[in-house]
Ligand binder design. Structure first.
Ligand code: PEP
Ligand code: MN
Length: 354
């Protein structure tokens, strides 16, 4: 159910409706919009008696949301969600969603202090705002490099201080989630964990943006239901990411499903990024698919970059060289205005090494 408040409803009236919903044993999710606030109701097994709620002061109407996902749905919130990162420390203001494209770049895994800093410097010179790097890696083989863990998180915290880049890194389970939440600006939940419902709920109890990657064989509805898991716990800062799915095609590692972008945008208000690195698995396909993703209307790109991809401990073959990343930024900057977007270039004032 959704309670639509009147345009002129006061914060007190909104609070009173939320309190009423919670007293009934349900959960209230206030969702402020440009015109008016809506309040999502979850946790109800049967239809909520709308009469009493409709009678509360400031309420315009109470409507039933028929989709399986509620809080992630456009029925509940018409305007696009924009995740804001206010300026802090050496980081300039940034956004994910809205007019500005968000670019998240960095190595698959943090391998050493020197490797991470060398890549971060290049990325920052090209004007990216977000640095990605795996500290905990969900690898298909238990014998493959599993990530540096806490040490990698500490390296990324230094990168944020030094270059002003926001940090995006993956939590692979509830244990790593706590540490990742302490260090990261955006918590990534990987494709293999898209339906780890316990992890989704725990991430939902945090108040940090979550980047949710599409599962290897997830339908659009399953993808949005996983976002709903996070939002149902009160964390509305969810960013979706298409990263390719399993198909019979064997010319790429996965099949990058760009057609999900307009479908997501029709059904949901959440931002959606595209990861052409895992989506193709091939360096030579990354730039063409990144161009296509922006042309399709993606809210940004997540891309793997490595200064020595031939020596990378994970995902070298799909990692761009820093020069290729610089070229990608130049091209995306030109494509962006054609589809009504802007690629903000943040030329970071690099803090001196201490
Ligand atoms: C990654 O971003 O490095 C990663 C492991 O991605 P995915 O979960 O999409 O495979
Ligand atoms: Mn990777």
């Amino acid at each position: 159910m959704l309670v639509v408040m009147k345009t002129q409803a006061t914060p007190e009236e909104i609070q009173a409706v939320c309190d009423h919903i919670e007293q009934l044993g349900y959960r209230a999710h206030p969702l402020p919009g440009a015109q008016r606030t809506a309040i999502g109701i979850t946790g109800n097994k049967d239809a909520v008696d709308r009469g009493n709620i409709e009678a509360l002061s400031g309420v315009a109407e109470v409507i039933r949301v028929s989709k399986a996902y509620k809080l992630a749905s456009r029925d509940v919130k018409e305007e696009d969600t924009i995740i804001n990162f206010p300026a802090s420390g050496s980081s300039a203001e940034a956004t994910i969603g809205g007019r500005n494209l968000a670019i998240i770049a960095g190595p698959c895994s943090i391998e050493s202090h020197d490797q991470a800093f060398a890549i971060a410097e290049k990325i920052s010179t090209s004007g990216a705002q977000f640095f990605r790097g795996g500290a905990y890696k969900p690898r298909t083989s238990p014998y493959a490099f599993q990530g540096l863990g806490l040490e990698a998180l500490q390296i990324m915290a230094e990168i944020r201080d030094r270059f002003g880049l926001r940090i995006v890194t993956e939590a692979i389970d509830n244990e790593s989630l706590e540490l990742v939440a302490e260090y990261a600006d955006v918590i990534q939940i990987g494709a293999r964990n898209m339906q780890n419902f316990s992890l989704l709920k725990h991430a939902g109890r945090l108040r940090k943006p979550v980047l949710l990657k599409r599962g290897l064989s997830a339908t659009l509805e399953e993808f949005l239901m996983s976002a709903e898991y996070i939002m149902s716990e009160g964390n509305y800062q969810v960013i979706l990411c298409e990263r390719g799915v399993r198909t019979f095609a064997d010319h790429t590692r996965n099949t990058l499903d760009l057609s999900i972008i307009p479908a997501v945008q029709r059904l949901s208000h959440l931002p959606i990024l595209v990861d052409p690195s895992h989506g193709t698995g091939r360096r030579d396909s990354v730039l063409p698919m990144a161009r296509a993703a922006v042309a399709t209307g993606a809210d940004g790109i997540l891309v793997e970059v490595h200064d020595h991809p031939e020596k990378a401990l994970s995902d070298g073959p799909q990692s761009l060289y820093p020069d290729q990343f610089a070229l990608m930024m130049n091209e995306l900057e030109q494509i962006a205005p054609v589809v009504g977007r802007t690629l903000p270039r943040v030329l970071h004032a690099v803090s001196p090494a201490i």
